[in-house]
Design a protein around this ligand. Sequence first.
Ligand SMILES: Cc1cc2nc3c(=O)[nH]c(=O)nc-3n(C[C@H](O)[C@H](O)[C@H](O)COP(=O)(O)O)c2cc1C
Length: 177
Amino acid sequence: MSASVFVGYATRYGSTQEVADAVGAALRECGLQVKVGLMKNVHSLDGYDAVVLGAPLYIGSWPGDARHFLAEHQAALAGRPVGIFALGPLTRDEAEMKGTHEQLDKELAKYPSLKPVDVVLFAGKFDPKTLRFPDSLLTVLPASPLHAKPASDERDWTAIRAWAGQLAAKLSPAKSG
Ligand SMILES: Cc1cc2nc3c(=O)[nH]c(=O)nc-3n(C[C@H](O)[C@H](O)[C@H](O)COP(=O)(O)O)c2cc1C
């Protein structure tokens, strides 16, 4: 029987949701049963064999609902294969990706029982016109790295689908016989 997978995401402006949907679709193409949903709407992982969690980085951290999910479901996550993706940098610049990956690793290290089978960082999407307060402040403060940054969408859909495709085997129960 194919594994049942929960792909949970957190998002402020929707770009991580779109990535979660693409990851879910790629896993389905690999034959897995997939439910994609907001982490904050899921209160139990019973019935799922594996979990994929995705969230954006904001000021170096995952959003509160993602951190809350990791803390609340520590035991359930420790007993299942878990894949992790994060969205962050606004460019695919190697040094920026590396620095942000370190931020992500630091964030995940706060949950020592979490032993992901795979962790990946993708570049994100930014549109200053859609930002709500207080995020919008960061586009006007001259000292902010987001000051006067133009809109961009650096999500690499080919890499996202490829990552999910190779993740599928790591999420499936080992075949016996
Ligand atoms: C106010 C603000 C702060 C951000 N801080 C970071 C950060 O610390 N590190 C990073 O890599 N990306 C950062 N980003 C980029 C977001 O992670 C990126 O835009 C992501 O695609 C947003 O995901 P969402 O649309 O699902 O909320 C920031 C973006 C905004 C608007």
